[in-house]
Design a binder for this molecule. Structure first.
Ligand SMILES: [Zn+2]
Length: 303
């Protein structure tokens, strides 16, 4: 066990929560859950805080594509939001969403739950961008309720600055997979919905000062670095994820383990010095970003 001093950022009471889907228009589980919550607002009304829902990128949802002009979930840096010369569709959308939910809006939200899905085998993952006490205790609670929930910390990758969820004081991404883009599966839909209710229940307990953590342990996978595919001088991909690594998200990758397989059938091995735990292995949307996987470090901490 390793002690990690959490920052003291805290919250007195949760007042406003936003549940977001369709930040990426081809991630159908979030899209359909937001539609369901809009049709059945009673599902979200038994709490001491108010819950609003947002279909974040309607044009991308209509076109069943990730985005129209640029990735909405990389469009929320303060500099971008204040730059009046940026007028592409997602830039305008980001400014509108910031005015609705953001820290300088009339009704800033305390918590954003942004629902995503991935072609990689992330199972049920909670992505956190900060490791303050509120965030870590929520994450620990979720792991105690459901031990299959993984917690991925991007504290070292800068997502706190550019993601939609960064508009809230406490932003969380629910990332579920594996599932193809544009596809729904009932199993992951129901698991995502259940995870939303578990988080809302936790926030309710928090408001009532009734949070009870059975223990304070948490397993967290911390971002180390992104790994691109092997490419030639023209940027063309030269190898694929090795079959022995495909769908092995969150499993240990040792120095010398198979990582990529070239089109000629040659294996490329992991040549790092330490054991790492890859995530987002073969995520379809990350080919354009030059990311074949993200390496993480596994830590057991006390929150
Ligand atoms: Zn997404």
């Amino acid at each position: 066990m390793r002690w990690q001093k959490a920052s003291t950022k805290c919250m007195n009471t949760v007042k406003q929560v936003a549940i977001v889907g369709g930040t990426h228009g081809n991630e159908m589980i979030g899209v359909e859950l937001v539609k369901k919550f809009s049709l059945h607002p009673d599902l979200l009304q038994q709490y001491s805080f108010s819950v609003q829902t947002l279909l974040a990128n309607p044009q991308a949802v209509a076109a069943r594509t990730r985005y129209v002009d640029r990735d909405l979930n990389r469009s929320f840096e303060r500099d971008r939001l204040q730059n009046q010369t940026l007028t592409r569709y997602e830039d305008r959308l980001a400014k509108q969403i910031d005015q609705m939910l953001g820290p300088y809006s009339d009704a800033p939200v305390d918590v954003i739950l942004d629902m995503h899905s991935t072609t990689s085998n992330l199972g049920l993952t909670l992505i956190i961008d900060e490791e303050n006490q509120f965030t870590l205790q929520l994450a620990s609670y979720l792991q105690q309720i459901n031990s299959s929930i993984k917690v991925y910390s991007t504290i070292h990758s800068g997502r706190r600055q550019d993601a939609l969820r960064s508009l809230a004081k406490f932003g969380f991404c629910l990332e579920v997979g594996p599932i193809a883009q544009g596809v729904l599966t009932a199993d992951l839909f129901q698991k995502t919905e259940a995870l939303i209710y578990t988080i809302l229940d936790y926030l309710e307990q928090y408001n009532r000062n009734q949070v009870s953590l059975l223990n304070r342990s948490l397993t967290v996978y911390r971002y180390l670095e992104a790994i691109d595919y092997p490419r030639d001088e023209h940027g063309e991909i030269q190898a694929m994820i090795h079959p022995q690594l495909q769908f092995r998200d969150y499993e240990a990758l040792h120095p010398g383990d198979s990582m990529f397989l070239t089109f000629e059938g040659e294996t490329i091995y992991y040549n790092g010095a330490a054991v790492v735990y890859p995530v987002f292995i073969n995520e379809a949307a990350y080919y354009e970003k030059g990311i074949a996987m993200c390496l993480t470090q596994k830590e057991n901490i006390i929150v």
